[in-house]
Design a protein around this ligand. Structure first.
Ligand SMILES: [Fe+2]
Ligand SMILES: [Fe+2]
Length: 254
């Protein structure tokens, strides 16, 4: 797999049936991965990105569909690196949409100028149903890393969009983790996860929820997509040590 031909990262890339990576900025050590799910005549934008990402992400979306096809935006928690462009997308889309956000996180949404009344998610299994029947389900992941945080599971492709969970800093970025290499990807994931996730208890609760789902692909908001050895990667989550920003001395990114 490591020798597979790489796609053109200037283009939106289909990573599953109707799922597109619409990110960019892959030359830096930390970047975001917005995703677009298209089915029938509608589309869902997942963690669209920051305000400075807007023009690049909009251009990637426009490679796949007219922007007006977006009917839903999912914001997995409250951070600017995923919520910051939401108001710009509302304006560009030009019609009413639905915005989904964890209830605890939704108190912050209006600070981004988001005008859509937010659909507040507070329970596991809450459904987002496409007109043609495709179902996305939300699962709460409190304290991973925000108190109000969730992930999204696509039943059709068995893809889970995990936001910051399984996120990674990348010394060398590739779209798929097996192109980075299992060992190297684990190392770069630890650099992000161990200081940014505060509590092992919180992660263990997420690991239990993930283990109960049939998962083929993990699409995080930072780092690379994981498309093999899923049980091992959930196992790796359980073994990491969290809260490492406490007493952290080495500022390796300087
Ligand atoms: Fe975050
Ligand atoms: Fe993030």
């Amino acid at each position: 797999m490591i020798n597979e031909v790489r796609p053109n990262y200037d283009m939106a890339i289909e990573t599953g049936e109707g799922i597109y990576w619409v990110g960019y900025n892959y030359r830096t050590i930390f970047h975001t991965n917005p995703y677009l799910i298209v089915d029938g005549d509608e589309a869902v934008l997942i963690d669209p990105g920051s305000s400075i990402d807007f023009f690049a992400v909009r251009a990637k979306v426009a490679q796949i569909i007219p922007i007006s096809k977006i009917r839903h935006i999912v914001l997995h928690h409250q951070d600017p690196d995923l919520c910051g462009s939401t108001r710009q997308f509302e304006i560009a889309i030009g019609h009413d949409i639905a915005v989904y956000n964890p209830e605890r996180s939704s108190f912050f949404a209006h600070f981004y100028g988001i005008k859509t009344p937010v659909t507040k998610i507070s329970e596991d299994g809450h459904k987002l149903k496409f007109g043609n029947g495709r179902i996305l389900r939300f699962y709460m992941t409190p304290y991973c890393h925000a108190p109000g945080a969730m992930i999204t599971y696509d039943e059709k492709t068995k893809t889970v969009f995990t936001s910051d969970i399984f996120g990674a800093f990348n010394q060398k970025w590739e779209l798929y983790h097996d192109w980075v290499g299992e060992e190297k990807h684990l190392e770069t994931m630890k650099m992000f996860m161990e200081p940014y996730m505060g509590s092992k208890e919180a992660i263990l609760s997420v690991a239990d929820k993930l283990a109960a789902l049939q998962i083929k692909t993990i699409c995080p908001q930072h780092g690379s997509i994981i498309r093999s050895n899923i049980p091992e990667w959930i196992g790796a989550l359980k073994k990491m040590e969290y809260g490492k920003a406490l007493g952290e001395q080495v500022k390796w990114w300087r």
